[in-house]
Design a protein around this ligand. Structure first.
Ligand code: HEM
Length: 270
């Protein structure tokens, strides 16, 4: 009896860590989305497209209508997908508004493809900051997004909701890879009081090579560990994973604070 109560409390700890992580992440993602809407949206609506270049070196290029339109679509879809993602994951939304879940999910999957393809165009055709390592890594991110989107849709279609849920969460994590990158970067700048392990001019260096792969591999690995911990009867393992998730939450909390105060909030008011 005592054993089962203990086992229950370990799982409660695990669930608590995940819920806390999710709440902190959603706050950070919605601040990011608000920045995208206010900064890029305002520049676009007021006709000051060249303001995109304050953040994106190759955001707006005069005369390149198709390329500029693709960047604009990428930014618009970025705001929609960041806001829509958490609404898909929250279990109460699924049970109270199943029709919303179905259509928001279809939109999410469609956007996941378009944003990945437009991102690939921006990296390989238009050119972006960073070097070959970052280009390859973000392209792997794009492929992971499209594969996860396809499988999340396929399992929903087949009514295999157990597998659908797992692939939908993987999709949510890899879609947020670019967000994890920004939060990780600002966490690093905050704790080191400036750039360390990379050249801020070329945007290359060992730390950024590590971060560019970590932006999706660490969240995916933590999710696998969480799935294993959910099934596990090993008390030490479950508590360890709950603790790792809790520490990860503190890390992203610091990163969100640093990114919000360093770039997102100042640019919202630009
Ligand atoms: C699916 C989730 C994605 C979201 C939400 C997203 C969002 C954004 C946002 C908001 C920006 C503007 C930069 C900023 O203000 O911080 C941006 C820029 C950019 N994104 Fe994405 N993006 C996503 C996926 C991708 C993928 C998969 C790729 C590449 C394959 C990509 C490539 C780019 C590039 C190249 C830029 C321009 C950065 C530069 O100047 O080099 N994005 N993205």
């Amino acid at each position: 009896m005592i054993k089962s109560t203990k086992a229950l409390s370990e799982k409660n700890l695990l669930n608590l860590s995940v819920k806390l992580w999710f709440i902190v992440a959603v706050i950070g993602q919605w601040i990011f989305a608000t920045y995208v809407i206010l900064f890029y949206g305002k520049s676009t609506v007021t006709g000051h497209l060249s303001n995109w270049n304050i953040v994106l070196p190759k955001g707006y290029i005069s005369g390149e209508h198709i390329g500029n339109a693709i960047v604009g679509i990428h930014l618009l879809l970025a705001a929609i997908i960041i806001i829509g993602g958490p609404l898909q994951i929250i279990p109460k939304m699924r049970s109270y508004a199943p029709l919303f879940h179905k259509w928001n999910g279809r939109l999410y999957i469609f956007i996941a493809f378009i944003i990945s393809l437009s991102g690939l165009y921006m990296v390989w055709v238009r050119g972006s900051i960073g070097g070959m390592v970052q280009h390859i890594s973000i392209s792997i991110n794009a492929i992971l997004i499209m594969v996860s989107a396809f499988l999340a849709f396929k399992y929903a279609w087949m009514r295999n909701f157990k597998k659908h849920r797992i692939w939908a969460i993987r999709l949510f994590l890899v879609v947020n890879g670019v967000w994890f990158f920004r939060v990780g970067l600002y966490f690093w700048l905050f704790i080191n009081n400036g750039p360390l392990g990379f050249d801020p001019k070329t945007f290359e260096g060992p730390f950024l090579y590590f971060l560019t792969f970590s932006q999706y591999l660490i969240p995916l690995a933590l999710f696998e560990l969480y799935l294993n911990a959910q099934k596990s009867h090993n008390k030490v393992f479950v508590i360890s994973i709950a603790t790792i998730l809790f520490l990860f939450t503190i890390l992203i909390g610091i990163g969100i604070f640093a990114a919000s105060s360093g770039i997102w909030i100042p640019k919202m008011m630009y």
